[in-house]
Design a binder for this molecule. Structure first.
Ligand SMILES: Cc1cc2nc3c(=O)[nH]c(=O)nc-3n(C[C@H](O)[C@H](O)[C@H](O)COP(=O)(O)OP(=O)(O)OC[C@H]3O[C@@H](n4cnc5c(N)ncnc54)[C@H](O)[C@@H]3O)c2cc1C
Length: 454
């Protein structure tokens, strides 16, 4: 079977490539190969009742399937070059922003209309942050919410399904260079294509590494971000979240000069498990629908670790720390801030005495046995700094879940077209190591589709 364009991965990068390809040239024969399920069949077995923690499904419904890792995410589309990836370094800042706005328009047309676009522009919090040695990054944030994000994906799938051939539960096993394009090997056979867009996200990182090795595509080792997810009463951050929804705040620690930053803020949201290649870490999301919201707000506090020679395996380092928490807690560990600073573990009794009801059933424990001292010191310093702009952050009952790890794919060497050294082979989205967000990954998809149809 031959296709003009074959897309590997149906996350935001793959979906927006497919969308733009068929919109610009309906005559193109396009196929999408996806390791996971179609959207309506994506189901995580954790129900909080019979199954309380991750059972390690063969294909993780949270990370894989139509919609990619973003399908059950909070649907926060950050329109900015300040974070979420370095797409701008390849295609220019103006182009990157233009494409992120274009993606936003499509999301609005496919079910997102009526959701709120927040902005840090002109916010009084910038000054308040600077006065307390905190730095608020610039961004516009479209918050679709987990529920509307799902609706948008459903509508996009309904639009695409008759124009594009989808192969679900069909991981691509091998990618080969052919005379006039590429050969893609899967359980359904071998398929050929002229152009190939690889958009396999974080869950496809190991496979991506093998492709780069086989096809001799240079890569650079990247970074890993390690930290905790903080959960506190929604009132503590409501003055910020009501106006900005998500505030990306960076703090430079006094002790080591390290940068600690807030990440993925979910007002009235829930803390959730995340399974990356069998390792259980923590994440968070929230719903747009008030009926599904909780009384708590959660966000991550992360420290980036960049390694120098001879160490190359930054993800391996993050995995080892996550494994330690999995070993001690059987999954994610939760600790009250008050217990952490008193040097004692949290246990069921101390958790029961807490005024805050945690949204994730994690194992009470001691994060100081898991996180490197330097990282933990930075997180504690930042909690006290945040307490100055959001009093209550450093309360005893503030919950810290660990560990949160942001794994970054190795950065794949591509040119300004996002094309690898092989003509017609594009590598985009989080799988390229260039993007780390819904908006950047989606924008990279639109960008390569336009390059192909041009
Ligand atoms: C719980 C959670 C919440 C998040 N919340 C946000 C948020 O609010 N805002 C934000 O900006 N970002 C968020 N993110 C990150 C965001 O989801 C990703 O940045 C984004 O999905 C990346 O898109 P992508 O298309 O590059 O990759 P992915 O979304 O990871 O999609 C890649 C797809 O490729 C498939 N695949 C992998 N290998 C193969 C193979 N060999 N063959 C075929 N298919 C393969 C995978 O199954 C997957 O479906 C969140 C992530 C998680 C896990």
């Amino acid at each position: 079977m031959h296709y003009d364009v074959l897309i590997i991965g149906a996350g935001p990068g793959g979906i927006f490539s497919a969308y733009e390809l068929v919109k610009r040239d309906p005559s193109l024969k396009v196929a999408v190969f996806e390791a996971g399920n179609e959207l309506r069949k994506r189901n995580c077995p954790i129900d909080g009742d019979k199954i309380k923690s991750c059972i390690g499904c063969k294909s993780c419904s949270i990370m894989s399937g139509f919609g990619g890792a973003g399908a059950f995410s909070d649907g926060k589309y950050n329109i900015t070059n300040d974070f979420g990836g370095s797409l701008y370094a390849y295609i220019g800042k103006a182009k990157a922003l233009e494409l992120m706005h274009y993606v936003d328009e499509i999301n609005m047309a496919y079910g997102g209309e009526g959701t709120k676009l927040y902005s840090t522009a002109g916010s009084k919090f910038k000054k308040q942050c600077i006065q307390n040695n905190l730095h608020l990054l610039d961004a516009s944030v479209r918050h679709l919410g987990t529920d509307i994000n799902y609706v948008v994906l459903e509508n996009l799938y309904n639009y695409l399904k008759d124009k594009v051939t989808f192969y679900f539960n069909t991981p691509v096993e091998k990618l080969e260079i052919a005379q006039d394009g590429y050969l893609v090997h899967s359980k359904d056979g071998v398929f050929s294509c002229q152009y190939c867009i690889v958009s396999v996200g974080r869950s496809g990182s190991k496979w991506m590494e093998s492709v780069c090795k086989d096809l001799d595509i240079p890569t650079k080792s990247n970074r890993v971000d390690i930290g905790v997810r903080v959960e506190l009463p929604a009132e503590v951050f409501s003055h910020l979240t009501d106006e900005l929804y998500e505030s990306k705040i960076v703090y430079r620690t006094e002790k080591y000069g390290d940068l600690v930053r807030t990440f993925c803020m979910n007002p009235k949201g829930a803390v959730v498990n995340e399974n990356t290649n069998g390792i259980i870490t923590v994440n968070g999301h929230s719903y747009e629908d008030p009926a599904k919201q909780t009384n708590n707000t959660n966000f991550a506090l992360l420290v980036s670790k960049h390694f120098s020679e001879p160490f190359k395996d930054s993800n391996g380092y993050g995995e080892s720390i996550a494994r330690l928490s999995n070993m001690l807690g059987g999954g994610v560990i939760v600790q009250r801030f008050g217990d952490l600073i008193r040097g004692r573990r949290s246990n069921r009794d101390r958790m029961n005495d807490s005024f805050l009801v945690p949204t994730l059933n994690a194992t009470p424990g001691d994060l100081s046995l898991v996180l490197p001292k330097r990282i933990l010191d930075g997180i504690i310093e930042m909690i006290y700094a945040l307490d100055k702009i959001a009093p209550g952050t450093a309360n005893d009952d503030t919950m810290l879940y660990g560990v949160e790890v942001k794994f970054y794919n190795m950065e794949v060497s591509v040119d300004e077209h996002l094309m690898s050294r092989h003509e017609g082979l594009y590598v985009i989205g989080d799988g390229s190591g260039i993007t780390h967000s819904l908006s950047h990954a989606s924008a990279s998809g639109v960008y390569v589709a336009r390059d192909i149809t041009k």
